[in-house]
Design a protein around this ligand. Sequence first.
Ligand code: 5GP
Ligand code: MG
Length: 484
Amino acid sequence: MSKQTLGFNRALGDMAEALNSDITASEKLHLLVRATARALGVRGCSLMLLDAQRMRLFHTASHGLSERYLKKGFLEVERSLTEVLGERVVAILDVATDPRIQFQELAQQERITSILSVPVKIKGEVVGILCVYSRTRREFTAAEEQFLTTVANLAAVVLESGRLNEVEMRPREAKDEPSSHPTPLTSQLKPATFAHPSEEDFARLLDFYQIEWIYEPRSFALQWEGKATEMFTPDFYLPALDLYVEMTTLKPGLTREKNRKVRRLRELYPEVNIKLLARRDYDRLLAKYGHGPLAGAKTHGVGRVLLSAPQVQKRVRQLAKEISHDYEGRHPVLVGVLRGVFCFMADLMRYLTVPTDVDFMAISYYGGESGKAVRVTTDVGINLEGRHILLVEDIVDTGMTLSFVLSHLKARNPASLQVCTLLDKRVRRLADVHLNYVGFEVPDEFLVGYGLDYQEEYRNLPFVALMQEEKPESQVKDAKKHLR
Ligand code: 5GP
Ligand code: MG
């Protein structure tokens, strides 16, 4: 038996053992790519998966490639790789001259010369590719192609069992619910267990919005003494936002430690985006969708008035003046997302001096506790093709609702699409959305009034107020005196 064949056998043996162990799906995939790179004696190996739209490929598990290379952006399926996705093995002899390479310069800096890729298929359907990168110019042999194809099949098994785990984790009644969206592939890497329940809550929230996520995707070395002596593995990576998220815990000591690590990571890897999310942040996030400890609070009340009724009205008039000026002669369609926006929309429209159409859409987060998607429950009735849309929002928080709604509206081919929001909770933004008109920037607090509710209450307040937990009933009544 040749030395290489022995190496392949050993690698496949290690992989089989890993697949049969109780490590997480993402750990299994990392082991597969590492063992593959070693067995083939190449610089690196990467498993790239297609996103839900099958438009882009992103590195999901990789070995031997620099952070810089991995973060080079996603591969656009249109531009290259159509061959692999067409279920073929693709060999690139020299990245410097091959037109199929999207990041030629970076690949050269990374000292990659030849690449071999094979499709990763789950039950016949291509879900991604497995690539190996060689420093030297290399013509891969048929035996090497065969080996890589075998590893691709093993990776598919891991991905497939990830999908099974996910179904098992859902409550029984949600299992049969038809999903209008395919499950994002990254969610198939959902680990069998999360280190902390709050991480599972967060993953669920991301699923609501169809935001792709990968759990503990990558470890960063923070200190070296010859080899890495301190590593940091952020909890999540959100490919669509190119953002790492680390959850903090309730233990203050640990939080300090995490803060230090995040600071250090930012120093060492300035191109990496990372956000620290505190427990109270995602409790509040989840509360909006009816989940978590804050959502179930029985006694509650209105706290301080943040924006008085006259302040709100004055600002709405100013916004209307700007909008009237900008939309002169364009007869825009105002589109509001129900229900929080109805007060603002009504006032804004009455202050506008240009003729407008008005329509609303409603969305819901469906699937209950295990919700999988944002769904449009009532769509805009007006034909939006070629129209100038002004999307009117009550409040933009993480920006995830807005980015969903915007892509929905864009699909209807308007002539233009702009956003006006009364309130902007900018500090909490996760999705990168552009706001054209903003009434007020507001702090990171739960707000009620002027259309905004807490469990359907407080919408009728003419001002915007801070919501407080555990307030006695009498204070609620006090707050309601401001009504006139
Ligand atoms: P996002 O997707 O930007 O995180 O959330 C936007 C939606 O969450 C808003 O349209 C609104 O319905 C709700 N929301 C966000 N922040 C608040 C808040 O402070 N109070 C209330 N009542 N709703 C909020
Ligand atoms: Mg809203």
